[in-house]
Design a protein around this ligand. Structure first.
Ligand SMILES: Cc1ncc(COP(=O)(O)O)c(C=O)c1O
Length: 479
């Protein structure tokens, strides 16, 4: 949530302009930044708010976001049916709680949590340990807290210092991990990116671990370029560290996007609980889980991986239900919609959708690769996401920021940004292919890209500042 400052009414346009032709309440005075003294008719309020919102971009053309921008009308109806149910009221809405439990179980099986796969008689030995959240950020916080609590308990039991925890991860991690470290006072040990190494490797991770390392974060699909980090290789290097120094370090997999992609497109890739050091996995139901925003999931390998003292009990059917969350109230709609998707699509439906996304991503990247000025950093083979840069930025009279801006004139929201520290001079464009970006739309995008390259080639110009008088460099989009 962006933090906003109080608006100075003297400087701002203080009243909303309501078109008198379309409303029954003429001469309405509606302050923009203060609570109006009196209310208005619902249609008037609807008109006023809708009119403002038309300035937002078109969500379907937003190729910057990983988050779902289209659901079936039936799913929308189901969500509307559940907006009024509070997820936390387990006692009042026990069936919503039951759907959450089933979703956790489905994910635990999908991610190969031990005992969660059905045996020969069709029943599983274990049920999944996990919960829904508002998104991957909260899920990562919970995963990180479990690592921190377990490390602290181990150290306390050994009579060792518990004041200097650290977490090892690539500098390409999403900002939620920096937040986790800041809020819980954990030292972030960021492995820098380097030319040709755009994410974490096993050796680089192990080299930064010590007795204060609470865990290593491996990202299954990097937000920067969609590439998977090598979870198995990280596991192997941590095994070597255990043999050499006795350090026993767990892995948390941030599968914000990949948790709903890898099981369907890369079933043989070992990245989940089949990898022994993986203690917990998060994913965003609202990304490739195909639900509208606000739902994430976190699943632990087993009950042992989630310290008991992090769990709170809420009332449930006269009994108690264990919960673990940072927030309290939250609508039940997203969980119902996630379960709807599981029923509606099944394994094959998810596979078909993710495959269609990947086909479009690979098609787009292969066409962009042969256009001339661009070089691919990734091609959409992991997540259906790819990044590309100008092959020789000094040889052309424009930047990826110019291209991004020009594509926006046509409605495409395609972010350009620079990589983190140590690779800040690399500026790229990233395209996230989601359900709904059809091959036809991809053709239109390619065509628009070609036209804009021609225009910029013919009319090179020095980079314009972001705002009149601004000296801020164009670093781009915040992930
Ligand atoms: C790898 C990764 N982790 C965490 C997040 C945060 O996810 P959410 O937006 O669901 O909170 C993102 C979002 O893009 C991400 O890509």
């Amino acid at each position: 949530m962006a933090l906003h400052r109080r608006v100075d009414e003297a400087e701002a346009d203080s009243e909303l302009d309501i078109n008198p032709v379309y409303v029954r309440e003429v001469h309405l005075h509606v302050p923009r930044n203060r609570l109006p003294e009196h209310g208005m008719l619902p249609d008037t309020a609807l008109q006023a708010v809708r009119d403002e919102l038309i300035l937002d971009g078109n969500a379907r053309l937003n190729l910057a976001t990983f988050v779902t921008t289209w659901m079936e009308p039936q799913a929308q109806q189901l969500m509307a049916d559940c907006f009024d149910k509070n997820m936390i009221d387990k006692d009042e809405y026990p069936q919503t709680a039951e759907l959450e439990r089933r979703c956790v179980n489905i994910l635990a099986e999908l991610w190969h949590a031990p005992g969660c796969e059905p045996g020969p008689d069709g029943t599983a030995l274990a049920t999944g340990v996990g919960c829904s959240t508002t998104g991957s950020s909260e899920a990562c916080m919970l995963g990180g807290m479990a690592l921190l609590w377990r490390w602290r308990a181990r150290r306390a039991a050994a009579g060792a210092d518990t004041t200097k925890p650290n977490l090892v991860m690539g500098s390409n991690v999403q900002v939620c991990w920096e937040k986790f470290c800041r809020y819980w006072q954990v030292e972030p040990r960021l492995v820098p990116m380097a030319a040709g190494r755009l994410h974490l490797t096993g050796a680089e991770a192990a080299a930064r671990c010590d007795e204060n390392t609470i865990g290593v974060v491996a990202v299954m699909g990097s937000t920067m370029d969609g590439s998977y980090e090598p979870v198995l290789e990280i596991n192997e290097e941590l095994d070597k560290l255990k043999a050499a120094k006795g350090l026993d370090i767990p892995i948390h997999v941030d599968g914000a996007s990949g948790g709903f992609v890898a099981p369907f497109l890369h079933p043989d890739l070992l990245w989940d609980f089949r990898v022994p050091r993986v203690a917990s996995i998060n994913s965003s139901g609202h990304k490739y889980g195909l639900v509208y925003p606000g739902v994430g999931w976190v699943v632990w390998r087993d009950a042992e991986a989630l310290p008991e003292d992090l769990i709170f009990k809420v009332n449930y059917l006269g009994g108690e239900m264990p919960t673990f969350a940072l927030n309290f109230s939250r609508p039940g709609s997203q969980v119902a919609a996630q379960y709807y998707n599981f029923l509606r699509l099944g394994f094959s439906g998810y596979q078909e959708i993710q495959q269609a996304c990947q086909d479009v991503a690979k098609y787009l990247s292969s066409e962009i690769a042969v256009m001339g000025p661009f070089e691919l950093l990734t091609d959409g083979s992991d997540l259906p996401v790819f990044a590309f840069k100008l092959r020789d930025p000094d040889a052309v009279g424009y930047t990826v920021f110019d291209l991004s801006e020009r594509l926006r004139q046509r409605g495409w929201l395609v972010p350009a940004y620079t990589f983190p520290e140590d690779l800040q001079d690399t500026a790229v464009i990233r395209i996230v292919v989601r359900n709904g970006l059809s091959r036809d739309l991809a053709e239109v995008l390619l065509n628009d890209l070609k036209v804009q390259v021609q225009v910029l080639d013919a009319h090179p110009h020095p980079p314009a500042p972001l705002m009149p008088g601004s000296t801020r460099e164009r670093g781009g989009f915040a992930h």
